[in-house]
Write a protein that binds this ligand. Sequence first.
Ligand code: ADP
Ligand code: MG
Length: 392
Amino acid sequence: MTKRSFEEADVRGKRVLVRVDFNVPLSDGSVTDDTRIRAALPTLQSLLDRGAALILATHLGRPKGKTVAKYSVAPVAARLEELLGHPVKTVGAVTGPNVERAALDLKPGEILMLENLRFDPGEEANDPEFSRELARLAEIYVNDAFGAAHRAHASTVGVAERLPAFAGRLLLNEVSILGKLLAEPKRPFVAVLGGAKVSDKLAVLDQLAMRVDALLLGGGMANTMLLALGNEMGTSLVEGDLVESARRLAESARQRGVELLLPVDAIVARSIDDEQVETVAIGDLHPEQAVFDIGPETVDLFCAKIATAGTIFWNGPMGVFEKAPFAAGTMGVARCVADSPGFTVVGGGDSIAAIEQAGIGERIDHISTGGGASLELLEGRELPGVAVIPDA
Ligand code: ADP
Ligand code: MG
């Protein structure tokens, strides 16, 4: 079911509260990656063109309900101003009389950005009073914060219950593309899963195992699977308590005829800072070594499968790609995903960083801006911030 689009809202001369996900990385008071800001521009530009006054609200970092200066949205507002070529006002508060005055004074085409929503404990608590204060600022609500849609917070759910609510273009796009992966993927559907832990992604692994034609596992999570299948994993990151779940997953994939591809070789070292790295076959690991990346034969194996795919979903790096000796596996797989003729979707904060590092972002069909939200959607769960918006 598609959600009511912001394009159907009559916004001329109205104050529109737009929940955006501008939770971007900052360094020394400036934005180091503005991908998430740029992703919301089509919605913002369209609303401005149609004569709306915009009140923007985002969270930033984890200030945990208190004002924390380093999490102020000021640098974000400055970056948005550059990108839009249009002034963005700030008032240094989330709610209160100054904010209300500034909101009421807005003229069509003007933009006000609220301070970090999470400076107020009411945000994450989905507090009704805080939701009412937000709702009072505007006449219409648009949610374009896909990355926050899996959270039932005041700005994603509470306020949507109190104003006519619409979905923004980014949110609609994400829900539609990820929804299609579940409903009607072009086959073969190949999922490449990695990252640090199985525990973060067990639910999505279980779901994907029911829908894909092939499941390729790398990164730390493959270690637990390899351990479950009886391999010596040395001092690798493994989750002993998930060995049984991993074994069950492998068994259910086998019963469904899902091809499960695991690393056949690895880049190992005695510690993550060890310069002495070695490439070994899985099974030949020394008890004092740990796996920090997939090996070249595994890259070839994975790439051969990726090259045949109609649809590819990739989440989670294949190794500790932040460290040069352990980056080759992730970079290799990134290049193969980019080269694949299939429809390619990549999600996850670190996975996107890896895509950028590989310089192949332009050649991915869809880069999901929502890490947790995209995984929850692929688990088949309804996201609270999406559910609350009326259907089209
Ligand atoms: P995403 O943010 O894309 O969802 P995750 O947060 O799940 O990805 O995982 C990314 C992290 O996993 C990276 O910091 C990477 O260093 C780590 N990682 C990948 N492979 C291994 C491994 N073999 N051992 C330890 N950590 C790993
Ligand atoms: Mg991550």
